[in-house]
Design a protein around this ligand. Structure first.
Ligand code: HEC
Length: 224
């Protein structure tokens, strides 16, 4: 949720109370009252604007380096060698394989922003690699996104202010048909790739997706 500053609310109250008939005035004040409860109760440690800007920059930069790096390489690999021979490419994001990008981004963000440490990883309720299983914070947010999506609301990036800094969860969807070759339903998954996947990940949960589905999250830890 975007924070509304007290000044913004105050200016709204002045605007609403300055004109209109009495009913409208009371109705508007009531709406603002409810909104204030929501803002102050659900977001007690609200994120200062400058930190929100930094978080937006860090998450956007991470997404674009993933897209221009690993994702592009994986898509090209799938095109030239097929799904079954490309299974290891999505695992480049795996905890070990993701280390290089993590280190590169950590250095970049520490030099660009006023932070002490940075880490990111992928996670999902329907994980393929058990190392990508969500911790309790990630599980809480992933479950609330599922509830949102069931009621027709799109999952949105979630920021939580913690003692060490921030934890941020950004939704990942299935953006293209290519993902289905290894994450799709029995109709869309590549049969050979499915065999390789089943032998490498006997307890795989990451099949059965369609284009546009919520696949999981990128999880960030920013230490200030
Ligand atoms: C060639 C096969 C293949 C393709 C294509 C593929 N993936 Fe994966 N994906 C995997 C494998 C294998 C893993 C497990 C990686 C690991 O060991 O961490 C995985 C893991 C993931 C994870 C981490 C969570 C988990 O389940 O462990 C996400 C998120 C993910 N894939 C999203 C995508 C998206 C989005 C696309 C399309 C852009 C895609 N994948 C395309 C094979 C593939």
């Amino acid at each position: 949720m975007h924070p509304v500053t007290v000044q913004q609310l105050a200016s709204k109250i002045v605007k609403y109370t300055g004109k209109g008939d009495t009913m409208k005035k009371y109705f508007s004040l009531f709406t603002i009252f409810i909104a204030m409860q929501f803002i102050f109760c659900s977001d007690p440690k609200s994120v200062p604007d400058e930190d929100r800007e930094m978080i937006n920059k860090i998450t956007a930069d991470t997404m674009s380096s993933m897209q221009s790096g690993m994702m592009k390489v994986m898509m090209e690999q799938v095109k030239s060698s097929g799904f079954a021979k490309s299974v290891s490419f999505c695992s480049d994001f795996a905890p070990e394989g993701g280390k290089n990008l993590n280190l590169k981004l950590k250095e970049k963000f520490i030099s660009e922003h006023n932070i002490k440490d940075f880490k990111f990883r992928r996670t999902s309720l329907k994980y393929r690699n058990p190392k990508n299983a969500p911790d309790s914070f990630e599980e809480k947010v992933l479950n609330s996104w599922n509830d949102d999506e069931k009621s027709g609301k799109k999952a949105e990036t979630y920021i939580e202010s913690v003692e060490s800094g921030y934890r941020v969860l950004m939704p990942i969807r299935i953006p293209a048909k290519t993902c289905l070759g290894c994450h799709g339903t029995p109709e869309t998954i590549d049969a050979e790739a499915a065999k390789v996947i089943d032998s490498l990940y006997p307890e795989d949960h990451a099949k059965g997706f369609s284009e546009g589905d919520l696949r999981g999250a990128i999880s960030f830890e920013i230490t200030k």
